[in-house]
Design a protein around this ligand. Structure first.
Ligand code: UDP
Ligand code: MG
Length: 316
């Protein structure tokens, strides 16, 4: 079998402090895998500059000049981690057999890369890097991440717990991903919907090598909100259930009024308030159901993705 061409895709936003070390470590690990005959010597390390304001792009250009293994992609402005990642993956798609995305700050363990490639060689199309230990994260980050994954699960969104964007995808998984036209990207939600054969590789999440997190609380909340609202219309449905419950409460109050005639005026009024209020909320939920449907339609997600096709053409 031909050795697969691997592209490492690294989104970078103001990462001048970590780039020299990250590029060196990635090059070393790629060299080892090439020497072991695991991957093709045509494999590449692609840095995506997400509109950095520091010297990140200059460093990427320098790397590109010094060694053929490095490539660079520059976005015209800061578009956020998910978009930068997609830009890198879509650039890699037509040049590689497998692409592995990881953060620039070396929190993702580079030693997990060969293990991911092994899983691919064993037949997996998508390999998720899963953190087995989050002790280096702050208690807040751990707690909020846990609550987030639980909420996602309750809302019926398929995500891989403790997996961020450290993952391997092969060419056909990338091709399938390219069919998703949505603007509010939450790759961790999209990738599990692709299907295909998946595997997991556990790794220890390390400390950021240098510099500060580029994901302040505001960006983290925006990502979480994107994750929920891009995949679930259950929050809209919630108003339908709540409205129906309020209507029922109002109805019960009416019955109580009728049974205890003459009932106090206050009870009649609150029965009416609950019933009418509930009815409005329930109707809002019904409208929401259509809005939700229209919203999901506008995404133009692929309705199916083919895994294999068996066709035998008869020879004439
Ligand atoms: N990043 C990016 N664009 C942004 C913010 C972050 O490309 O607007 C990149 C960043 O350079 C890093 C990755 O996304 O490679 C994850 O960011 P970070 O490590 O700061 O997040 P944390 O690990 O703190 O959640
Ligand atoms: Mg990080």
């Amino acid at each position: 079998m031909e050795k697969p061409v691997l592209w490492m895709v690294i989104p970078c936003y103001n990462e001048e402090e970590v780039l020299p070390e990250t590029s060196k470590r990635l090059k070393d690990i790629l060299a080892v895998m090439v020497a072991e005959n695991k991957i093709s010597p045509d494999s590449r390390i692609a840095f995506v500059d997400d509109g950095s304001k520091d010297r990140t792009w200059e460093l990427i250009e320098n790397l590109y000049e010094t060694d053929f293994v490095y490539c660079g992609v520059k976005l015209s402005r800061n578009r956020g981690h998910q978009n930068a990642l997609l830009a890198g993956l879509m650039t890699a798609k037509d040049c590689c057999d497998i692409a592995i995305s990881m953060d620039a700050d070396l929190q993702d363990d580079v030693n997990a890369i060969p293990k991911m490639v092994d899983e691919y060689l064993g037949g997996a199309d998508i390999v998720y890097g899963v953190r087995c230990d989050r002790s280096t994260d702050t208690a807040f980050k751990r707690g909020s991440a846990h609550a987030f994954y639980r909420t996602m699960q309750r809302l019926g969104v398929e995500t891989i717990p403790d997996h961020a964007d450290f993952r391997l995808m092969d060419a056909r998984a990338l091709e399938a991903l390219s069919e998703y036209g949505e603007v509010n990207l939450f790759l961790r939600g999209i990738v599990p919907t692709l299907g295909f054969k998946c595997a997991k590789v556990e790794y220890q999440r390390g400390e950021r090598f240098a510099g500060e997190s580029k994901y302040p609380l505001k960006k983290m909340l925006a990502l979480a909100a994107d994750g929920i609202t891009s995949f679930s219309i259950k929050p809209i449905r919630f108003s339908l259930a709540l409205g129906a419950a309020a209507m029922l409460a109002g109805f019960v109050m009416f019955i109580v009024c009728l049974c205890t005639l003459p009932a106090p005026a206050a009870l009649w009024i609150s029965a009416a308030v609950w019933f009418v209020g509930g009815m409005q909320l329930a109707m809002l939920g019904v409208v929401g159901e259509y809005v939700g449907k229209a919203y999901m339609e506008t995404k133009h997600r692929p309705r199916y993705i083919l895994d294999k096709v068996l066709v035998r053409h008869t020879e004439l």
